[in-house]
Design a protein. Structure first.
Length: 500
């Protein structure tokens, strides 16, 4: 039996960039764009929402956390469901739910209903994200074609996030409801186009039933873990409630692992995680998104609370990073073909560490071009290199029937990393909060948070460098374009380890 992570040396089937193929990729990119757009737009609108609906700060937090809870908690289930029930079907149904939840969120006049709509949007995104990624990896053959498609796809996330920051500043001036309603027509257009363009995918017939216990335990453990991390800064990291919740999440995760080891059709085949390249991709995703979310949160507070910048001014300050990612989208795939994913991920993390470190120079009267802009450009270059390369590394060498599973696992790493390190950064800044809130004292309390962000990115760099060290002693398992021959030796060595 061949390992699902063993690369094939056969030539890729001939696939050309036809108009229909471009249309398929555009539909999938639209869903990824919407996910990122929605996340970035809601943050700027929160003060207006709270004022209009008379919501407390703790309730406002759940407008953001509700989305994270639904998204991060159900990604594992969403990925495996796409494999078993058909990627096209799962993607389209979830996209329709996303459109309806967006419409509901823009019309409600109740805080609980708004939070519920956000949870449903997160839940639907937990199915569209892994289904969309697995459609790409099963439609485009491994190598240059897939690398180019994935670089464009992942770039849409960064572009959506950057545009969301700008659009939210403009739309909130008119009404916060527009920030909730905007994704609905875009999702509807993508849904209609997807019905015509997305390739039909068969359900997986050759499986031993559905892993119901694994689905229940996996979903429950992820929901509880994300919920605990989100609530920990308010409840207290050392409080009995937080500690008991972490303990319960650990028990559920342990039970999930035991069930998966014995299940004939597991939600996650644990053998996948015996591959060093796969583990490095998952840990890299945690460090990458965790550090960026913490940085974006602190930088937004710094610009708006301390410098007095408007929401639009703040969004424009972040724009160079997003613009750099968008401009480089069509080039990253060919760079991956030439140098391989480990080198690009390492270079990207090095840029990220340098960008965060340079931002530590900020003061209460910064010169944007000399102090802030260099950091934004370095972080933009890092995002352009790291995010597409992580997606390529995680999905290369995986058989089609497990692409949804691996895609769900990668997206889970991204979301859980963001939730955990945002909570950690918040706790560090809160602990350093000064007794006398002078602007300089507040800025000084932010610096430990920026140091944590820099340290997380440095940890991601170190993890990636272990893969480069392995390449010197033996070829990497990562298969990107011309690196197939280099991968054969390590693939042979790992074949037994990753076999079912």
């Amino acid at each position: 039996m061949t390992s699902p992570l063993t690369p094939s040396t056969a030539p890729s089937p001939a696939v050309r960039w036809t108009p229909r193929l471009w249309g398929t990729l555009l539909v999938l990119c639209a869903a990824m764009f919407l996910d990122a757009l929605d996340v970035s737009m809601v943050g700027v609108a929160l003060p207006s929402i709270g004022s209009d609906l008379h919501l407390s700060t703790s309730t406002l937090q759940w407008i953001v956390s509700g989305y994270i809870l639904g998204y991060g908690g159900l990604l594992l289930l969403g990925g495996r469901t796409a494999d078993l029930l058909g990627r096209r079907q799962v993607f389209l149904v979830a996209l329709g739910v996303f459109a309806l939840a967006s419409l509901l969120g823009g019309l409600v006049d109740s805080g609980p209903l708004l939070i519920a709509s956000r949870f449903v949007k997160g839940l639907s995104a937990a199915f569209t994200a892994p289904a969309g990624l697995s459609i790409i990896t099963t439609t485009f053959p491994e190598g240059p074609l897939r690398n180019r498609a994935l670089s464009i796809y992942t770039t849409c996330a960064a572009t959506g996030f950057s545009m969301g920051l700008v659009l939210s500043g403009l739309l909130t001036e008119a009404s916060w409801r527009l920030t909730m309603l905007l994704p609905a027509p875009i999702a509807l257009i993508a849904l209609v186009a997807g019905l015509r363009l997305l390739p039909r995918s068969a359900r997986e017939e050759n499986h031993d039933g559905y892993d119901i216990p694994g689905a229940v335990l996996g979903t429950a453990s992820m929901l509880l873990l994300v919920f605990t991390v989100v609530q920990a800064p308010q409840a207290g990291w050392a409080s009995a409630r937080t500690l008991l919740s972490f303990l319960a999440a650990a028990v559920l995760l342990t039970a999930f692992v035991l069930v998966e080891r014995r299940s004939p059709s597991p939600l996650i085949r644990l053998g996948v995680l015996r591959s060093g390249s796969q583990v490095r991709a998952q840990l890299g995703a945690i460090a990458f998104f965790g550090s960026y979310v913490g940085f974006q949160f602190l930088t937004t507070l710094y610009m708006q609370s301390l410098l007095g910048w408007s929401a639009l001014h703040t969004a424009l300050a972040f724009l160079p990073a997003g613009a750099l990612v968008a401009v480089s989208s069509t080039k990253v795939g060919s760079i991956v073909d030439r140098f391989g994913t480990p080198r690009l991920i390492a270079l990207g993390f090095a840029f990220m560490v340098l960008g965060y470190a340079l931002f530590l120079r900020v003061d209460l009267d910064p010169v944007y071009a000399a102090v802030i802009l260099p950091s934004m450009l370095l972080i933009g270059a890092a995002c352009a290199l790291v995010f597409p390369s992580l997606n390529i590394q995680a999905t290369n060498g995986v058989e089609d029937h497990e692409q949804g599973m691996v895609s769900g696992l990668l997206n889970t790493s991204v979301q859980v990393g963001g939730a955990i390190f945002l909570a950690v950064v918040t706790a560090v800044v809160t602990a350093a909060a000064p007794a006398h809130t002078t602007p300089q004292a507040v800025l000084d309390s932010y610096r430990p948070g920026f140091m944590v962000v820099t340290g997380v990115a440095a940890a991601g760099l170190l993890i990636t460098l272990t893969g480069l060290r392995n390449r010197r002693t033996g070829p990497s398992l990562v298969v990107t374009g011309s690196t197939v021959k280099e991968a054969e030796a390590e693939a042979e060595a790992e074949r037994v380890a990753v076999r079912d």
